[in-house]
Design a binder for this molecule. Structure first.
Ligand SMILES: Cc1cc2nc3c(=O)[nH]c(=O)nc-3n(C[C@H](O)[C@H](O)[C@H](O)COP(=O)(O)OP(=O)(O)OC[C@H]3O[C@@H](n4cnc5c(N)ncnc54)[C@H](O)[C@@H]3O)c2cc1C
Length: 349
């Protein structure tokens, strides 16, 4: 990088971490390009459009604990991209439904979870449908090779936000320290199923008719959300997202998606109070997230950073470097972006 040139960065992954990092860098005048293997931004905050409904198949809501993330959330609230949800949260323990009120601030994307990531991607250079398969280091710069053998670059920095097992494949030929750090982050799988119904769910005895989401203390399910009870989706038909417990997902990792969906809907049916009958199903399906949630993340290091930076300009961020939530992923990307700017492109480990 010449002293006068604007620093440049390639960011692999347009989930919330990559977008937060990209925005911090672009705001400081860096040249930034995002590379995303999917059709668009979102990552694990993605939503699927079905004929009858839009269902969130990754994150269902996010909570707010950190002040910087609160300020960002306030901007999203003002822009109408998120709204408080769920406030009718229930828990099922030993077959009993209980209203759960813990006073925690939670928000959902409006009218879909991916509204937030779409908004954040505006004004950023994004190469979608572009899976990066390797990195090349040449004369102090980085370039990327995609699945079609196209080269992109050169860049001063490469930021990798892919879940750690995928990040490891990219960094291993170049940096053993980063590769080892990736090995220490365990990302567990999760099945996410959905079901659309002909009619609204009937009222169940002892449960508010407008319940929005329910957590499960035991069994195959861990969380079920009513998508049509989320902000901005009041006009769509009844649909559920059913998230499996991580242990159950591991035990059923290789089952067919139809089988996973049937089993999870069956578990929900069995958990309904007394004689509640589900209406006829119009659509059902499931998505397997192989790397859904960091179970062991890279916390507690002496350096106490929620990202990793190498002296050659390689960097890692995302939820695996901080914690298992949307907020953690955003903070990791945001902090990395600011650290790169503060270092003025001169990376340290
Ligand atoms: C089913 C499920 C439910 C969840 N529920 C919640 C919840 O309710 N609340 C909450 O706070 N959090 C929840 N989470 C966690 C939350 O979604 C994640 O922590 C967060 O979205 C992670 O963001 P990220 O940017 O770190 O990673 P990602 O969103 O995974 O972004 C990484 C991106 O990199 C792309 N990519 C990977 N490899 C390559 C490559 N080689 N080339 C190009 N692109 C690549 C991927 O396609 C992806 O878009 C949930 C996650 C799942 C899976």
């Amino acid at each position: 990088m010449s002293p006068t040139a604007r620093p440049s960065a390639a960011i692999i992954g347009a989930g919330i971490a990559g977008l937060a990092c990209a925005r911090a860098l672009q705001a400081a005048g860096w040249q930034v390009t995002l590379f995303e293997k999917a059709r668009g931004p979102g990552g694990r905050m993605t939503s699927r459009s079905l004929a009858a409904a839009t269902v969130d198949i990754g994150a269902q809501f996010f909570s707010v604990r950190d002040e910087a993330f609160r300020r960002e959330t306030e901007l999203w609230l003002k822009a109408g991209l998120v709204a408080p949800w769920p406030w009718q949260l229930w828990r099922v323990t030993k077959g009993q439904w209980h209203y759960r009120h813990d006073g925690r601030e939670r928000y959902a994307g409006k009218p879909r979870m991916s509204a937030v990531t779409r908004h954040l991607s505006r004004g950023l250079a994004l190469e979608a449908n572009c899976r990066i398969v390797s990195l090349v280091r040449d004369r102090g710069s980085w370039s990327l090779q995609d699945q079609a053998r196209q080269h992109h670059g050169p860049y001063d920095h490469v930021v990798i936000t892919a879940p750690s097992p995928q990040a490891q494949e990219l960094v291993a030929p170049h940096d053993t320290v980063l590769a080892e750090a990736c090995e220490g982050v365990i990302q567990r799988p999760c099945w996410a199923a959905w079901a659309c119904f002909e009619r609204p769910l009937p009222t169940s005895a002892g449960v508010a008719h407008d319940w929005q989401a329910v957590m499960f203390s035991e069994g195959p399910l861990r969380f079920v959300a009513r998508n049509d009870h989320k902000p901005g989706r009041e006009q769509q038909g009844e649909s559920l997202t059913l998230l499996a417990r991580l242990e159950w997902s591991e035990a059923h990792l290789e089952v067919h998606e139809t089988s996973a969906a049937d089993k999870l809907l069956g578990a929900f049916r069995a958990a309904l109070p007394d004689d509640t009958m589900l209406p006829a199903i119009t659509a059902i399906g499931a998505h397997r997230w192989r790397y859904a949630q960091p179970d062991v993340f890279a916390s507690g290091e002496a350096v106490n950073r929620d990202y990793r930076l190498s002296p050659t300009g390689l960097a890692l961020c995302g939820d695996g470097w901080r914690g298992p939530r949307v907020e953690d992923a955003w903070l990791s990307g945001h902090h990395l972006g600011h650290a790169l700017v503060a270092n003025d492109g001169h990376a340290t480990r």
